[in-house]
Design a protein around this ligand. Structure first.
Ligand code: SAM
Ligand code: SF4
Length: 335
């Protein structure tokens, strides 16, 4: 048994039970808020192997983590990634294995993911108009993503949630149509405020920024929203649309009031354990993995010790959307 108690508690008394892990920095899309058109991706030697990722996931679960989200980049473009899903899905003590995806590979993988033990999916969708979808993602085909969403609905996941980054002048007139699309399928949708992560070319982030309050006002022109107390310990607030299965979430990373209940950490594709999305506090798990290959106790110790440097909170600021608060791009950190 581990020398450390199976629990990760930081200096502010918060228990970490949720790990978000980026499995690749690569992607088949180039969304305007996430990446530049030309991206240089990390060389293979710098990123964790799928086996190392499985080892990291296992160490966290041994330390009391009950939920793992795989994200990226686009997780489903990493070759062999289904084996990682199956290995993590079989871990004793892991209650929830979930995935964030752009949906492009779901026509092929939805059923396999469900069979590997993935319970819930988040699928990003910023527009229902093919030409606009193309402009936002630069390379994406809407048709493939909609096909992926239907495949996911058919595969019988516990819940499916759409993620929409709301942007003035880009998709603000599609907020109600996207809600209607979700209601018709009995799935959820969360609207995300854009975060200043990494420099992106060709646009000023501040210009298109839409607050959750603005988005909520638009939805309420067409639907009644009933607040629910549901929470994931993160920056989301949820509402229900009476008479439907759909929950509407608002993710407001700029607000501070979720930091005190923060239950999560992230591991980047390079194996950097990030204690807070908006701060640089980190621990290099790749170094630990490669200095003592196979030493699960050393890995657990490094993770447990890093709880001492989890900061109290982030300092994103909506007024400073022109300047990245943190130089990492979202695809490296994992959204
Ligand atoms: N490729 C997958 C996808 O798009 O769902 C997973 C990774 S992506 C980085 C995770 C989520 O982060 C997506 O829902 C995306 O819309 C969101 N995202 C990316 N950059 C963002 C930013 N600067 N601000 C807010 N959300 C962002
Ligand atoms: Fe790729 Fe997701 Fe980033 Fe879009 S948001 S470029 S799909 S990683």
């Amino acid at each position: 048994m581990p020398a450390h108690p199976p629990s990760l508690v930081d200096n502010f008394g918060r228990q970490v039970t949720y790990l978000r892990m980026s499995v690749t920095d690569r992607c088949d899309f180039r969304c305007v808020y996430c990446m530049s058109e030309e991206m240089t991706f990390l060389p293979r030697s710098q990123i964790l192997s799928l086996e190392e990722m499985a080892q990291v996931g296992r160490a966290f679960v041994e330390l009391g983590v009950t939920k793992i989200r795989l994200t990226g980049g686009e997780p489903l473009v990493r070759r062999g990634v289904m084996q990682l899903f199956r290995t993590l899905g079989a871990l004793d003590g892991l209650e929830e294995l979930v995935l964030t995806t752009n949906g492009s590979q779901l026509p092929r993988y939805a059923q396999e993911l469900r069979d590997a033990g993935v319970r819930r999916l988040n699928i990003s969708l910023d527009s229902l108009d093919p030409a606009r979808f193309r402009r936002i993602t630069r390379t994406g085909r809407l048709e493939k993503v909609l096909e992926g969403i239907e495949a996911a609905v058919a595969a019988g996941f516990d819940r499916i949630k759409l993620n929409t980054v709301a942007m003035k002048g880009r998709n603000s007139d599609e907020i109600v149509p996207i809600v209607d699309y979700a209601v018709e399928r009995g799935i959820d949708v969360s609207f995300i405020e854009e975060m200043p992560l990494g420099a992106v070319d060709g646009r000023d982030r501040g210009e298109g920024f839409m607050s959750s309050d603005e988005v909520r006002g638009i939805i309420e022109t067409a639907h009644t929203l009933r607040p629910t107390p549901e929470t994931t310990g993160g920056p989301s607030r949820y509402f229900r649309i009476p008479g439907s299965e759909t929950r509407i979430g608002f993710i407001s990373p700029h607000s501070h009031n979720f930091c005190e209940s923060c239950n999560r950490v992230r591991v980047t594709v390079e194996g950097l354990l990030l204690l807070c999305l908006g701060q640089e506090h980190s621990k290099d798990l790749r170094a630990v993995l490669r200095e003592s290959p196979g030493d699960q106790e050393a890995l657990r110790r490094a993770i447990a010790d890093s709880m001492a440097i989890k900061p109290r909170g982030h300092d994103f600021n909506a007024q400073r959307m022109d300047r990245p608060a943190v130089l990492r791009h979202m695809n490296v950190t994992g959204g």
